[in-house]
Design a protein around this ligand. Structure first.
Ligand code: MN
Length: 230
């Protein structure tokens, strides 16, 4: 059967060492570092919760380059959230946490850009978060580093600076729900597929950025993702 319109291009992210990662879905974990949960007004280890961004929200930024993202419409409070991103090379349902490491193909540094004002409004009204989270260019991402190169990441600094000033500083050892536990929980709700990306949550220190700001997001072992807002 012939398509009656031209299909959209497959969103892809470069892989360190060569090749390209076709993005299937983007899952995101909410409030997964204790201090960030506190700054958002929550305490304790609540069950993990998830939201999605469209696959074509990715803005792939090659190492050594600076990505450019247009300041989005409908917000005057765009927030940065640096996150460890997990790339799944193998899908499945009901994956046990003990088996989850075998599903991880690699990692990247990602930014979960958020229209915080719109998100706060939707939270208050009990409405969906898409307007705050799932907009165009809301997921800048570094190249994917194969786990064969990085090894399994269990700890290491996760940081974000704006115009050279530190804003977010955490350690991925402080994830409330580990990567393996996230995969276990996600796979109970969705059939995971090769190509899925999981944004695993952000440490404390989120805040606003404005046009002209340079964000430098880093996870130890994965390099630095640089994005400027225009
Ligand atoms: Mn986030």
């Amino acid at each position: 059967m012939t398509h009656v319109i031209t299909p959209a291009a497959l969103p892809c992210v470069p892989v360190r060492g060569g090749g390209s990662w076709p993005v299937h879905r983007i899952y995101c974990v909410g409030r997964n570092y204790a201090e960030h949960a506190q700054e958002m007004g929550f305490t304790g280890r609540e069950p993990p919760f998830f939201f999605c961004k469209p696959a074509d929200a990715v803005v792939p930024v090659p190492f050594g380059e600076t990505g450019v993202v247009a300041y989005p419409s409908l917000t005057s409070d765009l927030h940065h959230e640096v996150e460890l991103v997990v790339a799944l090379g193998k899908g499945g349902r009901d994956i046990a946490a003990a088996d989850a490491p075998g599903h991880v193909w690699g990692y990247a540094v990602g930014l979960d850009l958020t229209r915080r004002d719109r998100q706060a409004e939707m939270k208050k009204l009990g409405r969906p978060w898409e307007i705050g989270k799932a907009f165009e260019q809301s997921a800048p991402i570094s190249p994917i580093v194969p786990i064969a190169v990085s090894g399994t990441l269990r700890s290491g600094a996760i940081t974000l600076a704006v115009n050279g000033q530190p804003r977010q500083q955490g350690d991925i050892a402080d994830l409330i729900w580990s990567v393996a536990e996230i995969i276990e929980q996600l796979s109970r709700a969705w059939t995971l597929q090769p190509g899925d990306l999981v944004f695993t949550g952000t440490p404390a220190g989120v805040g606003a950025v404005v046009r002209g700001d340079l964000m430098e997001a880093a996870v130890a072992g994965l390099g630095t993702l640089r994005v400027v807002l225009r």
